[in-house]
Design a protein. Structure first.
Length: 182
């Protein structure tokens, strides 16, 4: 079982436009925890590194080094990172646990395709470097061969629900899993 000194990585994952950033930011405010957005790293290097694959490699390198620091300090952080490949999530979970930490995951979904389409379309007005997909049809094509599976112990959050309700659910899930200790 968890103890108060165990470092926790709270991961919000899911496809583009499903509300990961909104939810992670709101939970971070409520719990007074820092939020690391993978896209912030990506967007920061975009002006210096033109290749998408190299940008992602830099993101992963920084991310894992930073998470090692979080784990070494016994801290807790919220991580906003698409990580749709379930093997990637399992690998991150193993990596965190091998270093004495705990990974709590939330899979963000959006069951209303109209809402999801609107969110993606908003990005097309002024897209950031990592907001390459700005329509639901592009997104479906991009992810057509990827199965995003629910992982055991993961909470699924359908972001068509009210934000307060979703943050309440996320907070309760974390507190329940940690005997009230963050």
């Amino acid at each position: 079982m968890s103890n108060n000194n165990m470092s926790k990585i709270i991961l919000f994952r899911g496809k583009s436009g499903t509300g990961k950033s909104t939810l992670s930011n709101e939970l971070g405010k409520r719990l007074k925890l820092p939020v690391l957005h993978k896209d912030d790293i990506y967007d920061s290097v975009a002006g210096f590194v033109p290749e998408h694959d190299l940008r992602n490699k830099i993101c992963f390198e920084f991310l894992y080094r930073f998470l090692q620091t979080v784990l070494d300090s016994g801290a807790t952080i919220i991580l906003d990172f698409g990580l749709n490949n379930t093997d990637g999530v399992r690998s991150l979970k193993t990596w965190v646990e091998e270093r004495g930490g705990e990974l709590k995951t939330f899979l963000c979904t959006c069951s209303n395709e109209t809402t999801w389409s609107e969110r993606l379309a908003e990005r097309s007005v002024n897209p950031l470097p990592n907001q390459l997909i700005t329509s639901l049809s592009e997104l479906k094509e991009y992810y057509k061969n990827l199965k995003t599976e629910y992982l055991e112990g993961e909470l699924i959050l359908d972001t068509v629900e009210e934000i307060k309700s979703l943050v309440d659910q996320a907070e309760a899930f974390i507190l329940e899993q940690n005997n009230g200790l963050i």
